[in-house]
Design a protein around this ligand. Sequence first.
Ligand SMILES: [Zn+2]
Ligand SMILES: [Zn+2]
Length: 216
Amino acid sequence: MTIDVGATPDVAATPARRPNPITIIGMSGLRSIIIVSTSLAVLYALVAVVWSGNPLMVGGVVLLGLFYWTFLEYILHRWMLHWEPEKKHHKMIRKCFPSHRSHHNDPMKERMNIMLQLKITVYLSLVYTVFMWLIGVPLPVTLALNAGVLLGYQAYEYVHVACHHLPMRNAWAATLKRHHAIHHHRDETVNFGVTTTIWDSVFRTTWKPERAAKAA
Ligand SMILES: [Zn+2]
Ligand SMILES: [Zn+2]
């Protein structure tokens, strides 16, 4: 079943200037995100391998971290980015996190707060590493999990920019683009996953045509 998710402003109109999977790396601060996140992830993974002497374990935990990111992506998008508090002190807390409203108001606009987002990621990553180490989780495991989360984070940023700027015609990519387009153009209370639709299925927030029928 084909669902009209509105006009398709997410695809550049001029063929000559149409972005491709390589050129979008120059958009929305993606290059900085990829360089910083990859550097940190490689550093964490290398230290984990040297410390533990067990590259197989480190590889497995990195993969686990990648999967763990998809869960973080869902909860951060649903409960942090879409948190729009009324109370004054809650508003002050909200200001510490990147604005998401501006992205919903104009999805095609380059995100000006990308560096804030990147700084928060790096700080959280360091705080999380120290916290896990203090509560007794072996450092190589903590670092490997962190490396996977950072790789997942940059994949999220890439896929998100791609959803807005590329046609994404293969079946899997088209599903992600449509999933995110519905979040933007149909209903902001559904479809929070960007790199996967799994958690929307788990938390029952996948958009269904019946929702639109009920709302009408
Ligand atoms: Zn959103
Ligand atoms: Zn978006």
